[in-house]
Write a protein that binds this ligand. Structure first.
Ligand code: ZN
Length: 415
């Protein structure tokens, strides 16, 4: 062999050896999302961004990068299935139209990248961002994360919200008709819905979000047309519906999920269970309602309604995936901390912490269509891994003690 070839071979061997280097996490307790239980004293081996092995007696080499989390509780990265990273409404001032009119798409994208990072730093390694993002501002946030300009979670993204004429605006004068085009696509027939879906996909959508019952109600045929169109591209349709006929049509039209569903009755919740349709409950706590400018009494009534609906859905067995839908930061709290207020309602409804964690991992991944990639800590899954300081099965609020975040094998936070 010539000297050059020898050198090349040496370089090749060295690089193979480097690539083969694992990261090893020594884990005190690991949450098994499938059983809802903690496994003690586990070793997690990570290679090339994915989990290679998990077990008690795994061998690892001295060259591996070693992370000691033996005093922590390790969970799959959490997921929030209802987020709007680029939107912000002022505390107790419902100034959303003003924000639509005065905040440029660029400004919205910058906010989105900041909020996306807050999610990642607080343990949410996947979020579903479903519209109200100006002219596809979230698509730019996703690109910035992909280019490595900023760090953020995996974002399942809807593009613009598809809705009957008027979107979610009310009382706009005719002189300002289509003011809402900045946030919504008007679609009143199956043909218009199909066109809107294709437009969203062109601009980066990986899920479809519709709104029904705010301005106009979709028929089940409208929803089914959307589901059929989205299916061609292997993506799902999720629909904002509060209750009543609008929600029934969403269920009969076979959408993947209902967002909010505050007024769903037991028959509807049962039908969702029978059809495997998820509820993303966006279960606002008292402080979240109050943030919208409601008085104390109305905030309490709204909170009671949520706790009741959560209890009924859990009892009936409606599939649930965790979602917060917070667009108002509470005083002194960031977006994620404001969102985690909803846990007050889950606790008030008596829902076990293990189940809540499953709605944030296993079930969320199933709804988002990423159940073969994320949501559990098993071989071949992405190494989206977080650690908390106290046992979240004893109190779900302990997920607020995140001190370690790994995204696809890369350490984002370790303190
Ligand atoms: Zn929302």
């Amino acid at each position: 062999m010539t000297k050059t070839i020898k050198l090349l071979v040496l370089l090749l061997i060295t690089s193979i050896a480097l690539n083969a280097q694992n990261t090893v996490i020594k884990a005190g307790h690991v949450f098994d999302a499938k059983t809802g239980k903690m496994l003690d004293n586990q070793i997690i081996l990570i290679q090339d961004g994915k989990i290679k092995e998990v077990g008690t007696n795994l061998k690892y080499s001295e060259n591996d990068t070693f992370i000691d989390l033996s005093d922590s509780w390790i969970l799959p990265g959490l997921m929030d299935c209802h987020v709007h990273v680029t939107t912000n409404v002022t505390y107790r001032i419902m100034d959303i139209y003003k924000k639509y009119a005065t905040e440029s798409n660029g400004l919205r994208a910058i906010r989105g990248s900041v909020v996306a990072k807050q999610f990642l730093d607080n343990g949410f390694t996947t979020i579903k961002d479903i519209g109200n993002d100006g002219n596809y501002a979230t698509a730019d946030v996703i690109k910035a994360i992909k280019y490595g300009w900023t760090e953020g979670p995996t974002i399942i993204y809807s593009g613009k919200i598809i809705a009957p004429y008027g979107g979610q605006t009310y009382g706009i004068n005719l002189e300002n008709e289509h003011f809402w085009d900045f946030e919504y696509i008007d679609a009143d027939t199956p043909d218009e819905i199909i066109k809107a879906i294709r437009k969203n996909i062109y601009y980066g959508a990986t899920t479809i979000k519709m709104v029904t019952g705010d301005n106009g109600i979709y028929n089940s045929e409208d929803i089914q047309a959307a589901v059929d169109e989205a299916k061609k591209y292997n993506i799902k349709v999720t629909v904002h519906a509060i209750g009543g006929l609008g929600a029934t049509n969403v269920i009969l039209g076979n959408a993947a999920a209902i967002e909010h569903g505050f007024e769903l009755n037991n028959e509807q919740l049962q039908l969702m269970k029978d059809k495997g349709i998820y509820l993303v409950g966006t279960d606002f706590a008292y402080d979240n309602w109050y943030a919208y400018g409601m008085d104390e009494k109305t905030s309490q009534l709204a909170t009671n309604m949520i706790v009741d609906r959560l209890q009924r859905a859990y009892k009936i067995g409606t599939p649930m995936a965790f979602g917060t839908d917070i667009i108002i930061d509470l005083p002194e709290l960031n977006r994620v901390q404001s969102g985690l207020k909803v846990l007050e309602n889950w606790k008030a409804a008596g829902i076990p912490a293990s189940y809540i964690l499953q709605t944030m991992t296993l079930y969320a991944a199933d709804l988002l269509g990423i159940e073969k990639e994320r949501g559990v800590l098993e071989p071949s899954y992405y190494a989206d891994i977080i650690a908390v300081k106290q046992n979240p099965l004893l109190d779900i609020d302990n997920i607020k003690t995140v001190h370690f975040v790994m995204k696809e094998g890369k350490v984002i936070r370790k303190d």
